[in-house]
Design a binder for this molecule. Structure first.
Ligand SMILES: Cc1ncc(C[n+]2csc(CCOP(=O)(O)OP(=O)(O)O)c2C)c(N)n1
Length: 559
């Protein structure tokens, strides 16, 4: 039988180490379905197709799997409409620099005459002048496969761009006629002859300068954002912070950068320390502080470090920098470890003593807050996070869509946290938790989400996927029946405005469905919790269900 281009295409994906094709199909998929069926007869190596019943969930799963494994995956969606559904999660992946091959079918371009020509009315209506135009701004590269014999080389090109530093998603559109094209001779890949560029590493003179600055600083501050995606970064940072008394603020951190039980963890808000710092070292942080609220003092030195330290895809960003190092965090941290060992630290003892006292006071305050929260009438975010301690073990992965607070819940170590992108495309956490579970089948995966974030995730699509793929995770919903972020923004801008008279709640209030009952539809375990004292045992019950193979939802109703 003459092979079709789609067969070579799927094989090319596997050649690039792509294990899964997260898919939501349409009429454009016919050659893909045929190719899978043909290849199954020969046991050929192709990515496992996973049908995910919402596009945002498919992209969030791929995102989660990739950040947990480092391995980029492929997603295939239906023409313009399916692609449109996924753009929210694509924005998250783009801002988080997650490599991904996002693809979609392209409606057949021929009206008749070819194999795969238009055969239903949507084939006219779904055509766009420029399908990639709707997402071009958030991908590194886009292309439309023109001929069947490009099936392997387009994948080669897509993957080298996606994985080159700084990494990010790329987009490929796949016309049906091209995927279905019969090919009499085998398709060639260029993979074997395409060495990839390595990520940038730090220059020795920059390391020396930064080490000098650290040695001279009385009040240094380290701010992190993306640091920790490579778990090795967090391990070195913990050592340096301890050894040289460097306070660390993981600000809106996307990953585990430093444990909240580390003496140099100084909370998640840079403001208090920033105002007095004489050296601010920013490790891979798109927004290291909010200039409208707080700034480093005049004369403070600022170093900005990262593979893309200017965050070139952010249209406007004006944070100061006296030393900008384009390099992986790991290369800078490793370099500093050597360079600092060779230096005198005249202020180290003073730094250590003062910061030790401040740290003890801060940790004491968080502990007191958690204790008080446990005695309150209703559940608060500090209490919810404090109670999570009781179920988190050395192998737990926490997925946060804003609701996880390290201060109240130390995590086990590098690689134990994944948080939503600063782009804040809500609806990410539930899908991402499934991808993270796929990558860590033996781990307890707990997502901590607001009720708003949970509903944005298309919960039914996610829970159905978890059920079908046997991916039991625990979803903890911090249910305040509110878009509290919207309320806070109203009060922040109009503290004395008319809307403040209604506590900023107008347009922020949400209905309160019995989220836990969704579990009845998905063979899972669901429970509603209202009182602080009931939460620890409810978490234990939910985790027991998850460990027994059932997904679980805790609907934690907050005052
Ligand atoms: C897709 C999407 N739509 C809308 C928003 C705007 N938004 C930001 S935070 C927020 C509220 C989220 O509510 P919830 O998850 O319950 O958390 P809370 O603010 O109550 O803590 C909204 C609607 C967004 N970030 N993403």
């Amino acid at each position: 039988m003459t092979r079709i281009a789609a067969e070579y295409y799927l094989e090319a994906l596997a050649e690039h180490g792509i294990e899964y094709l997260f898919a939501n199909p349409g009429t454009d998929f016919a050659p893909i379905v045929e190719a899978y069926a043909r290849i199954a007869r020969t046991n050929g190596r192709v990515p496992r197709p996973l049908v995910v019943p919402h596009e945002n969930a498919a992209v969030a799963m791929a995102h989660g799997y990739t950040v947990a494994t480092g391995k980029p995956q492929a997603v295939m969606l239906h023409t313009n409409v399916g692609t449109a559904n996924a753009i929210n999660m694509l924005i998250n992946a783009s801002r988080d620099r997650v490599p991904m091959l996002l693809t979609s079918g392209r409606t057949p371009f021929t009206e008749s005459g070819a194999e795969g020509s238009r055969s239903v009315h949507i084939h006219w209506s779904q055509e766009m002048f420029d399908q990639a135009g709707m997402l071009r701004e958030v991908v590194k590269w886009d292309y439309e496969m023109k001929r069947g014999d490009q099936a392997a080389t387009t994948v080669d090109r897509a993957m080298e761009i996606a994985t080159m530093s700084p990494q990010g998603p790329v987009y490929l559109s796949l016309p049906r006629e091209v995927l279905g094209e019969p090919l009499s001779s085998p398709v060639e890949s260029s993979l074997a002859h395409r060495a990839r560029p390595q990520p940038p590493v730090a220059r020795a003179e920059d390391i020396e300068t930064l080490a000098d600055w650290i040695a001279a600083a009385k009040k240094p501050l380290v701010i992190t954002g993306h640091l920790g995606r490579d778990p090795r970064d967090a391990a070195v940072l913990a050592r340096l912070a301890e050894r040289y008394a460097l306070p660390v603020v993981p600000y809106q951190t996307r990953y585990f950068a430093i444990g909240s039980d580390h003496p140099m963890f100084f909370g998640g808000a840079p403001g208090p320390m920033l105002q007095h710092a004489d050296l601010v070292i920013v490790f891979d942080t798109d927004v290291p502080w909010l200039p409208s609220k707080h700034n480093p003092p005049k004369g403070a030195r600022v170093a900005q470090i990262g593979e893309d330290p200017l965050f070139a895809r952010l249209p406007m960003r004006s944070f100061p920098s006296d030393l900008t190092i384009r390099a992986t965090c790991l290369s800078v941290l490793d370099g500093l470890e050597t360079a600092l060992a060779a230096r005198d630290m005249p202020h180290l003892t003073e730094r250590r003593t003062r910061l030790g006292e401040e740290s003890r006071a801060l940790h004491g305050r968080w502990a007191a807050e958690a204790e008080a929260a446990g005695k309150a009438d209703s559940i608060t975010l500090p209490w919810l996070n404090h109670c999570l301690r009781g179920v988190i073990d050395a192998d737990t992965k926490v997925v946060s869509e804003y609701s996880f607070l390290h201060e109240y819940c130390p995590l086990p170590g590098p690689g134990s946290l994944y948080a939503v992108s600063l782009a804040g495309g809500l609806g990410w956490g539930l899908g991402a938790s499934l991808g993270i579970k796929m990558a860590n089948p033996g781990s307890l995966v707990v997502s901590v989400l607001g009720d708003g974030a949970y509903m944005f995730a298309n919960p039914t699509a996610c829970h159905a996927t978890a059920q079908a793929l046997k991916l039991p995770t625990l979803t903890v919903i911090y249910n305040n029946a509110l878009y509290n972020a919207v309320r806070r923004a109203t009060l922040d801008m109009y503290a004395t405005g008319v809307a403040a008279e209604a506590d900023g709640r107008f347009m922020a209030e949400l209905p309160t469905p019995a989220f836990e009952k969704l579990m009845a539809a998905h063979e899972g375990y669901g429970e509603r919790v209202d009182r602080p004292g009931d939460l620890p045992a409810a978490l234990q019950r939910a985790v027991a269900a998850v460990r027994g193979g059932r997904q679980a939802v805790l609907n934690v109703v907050c005052g």
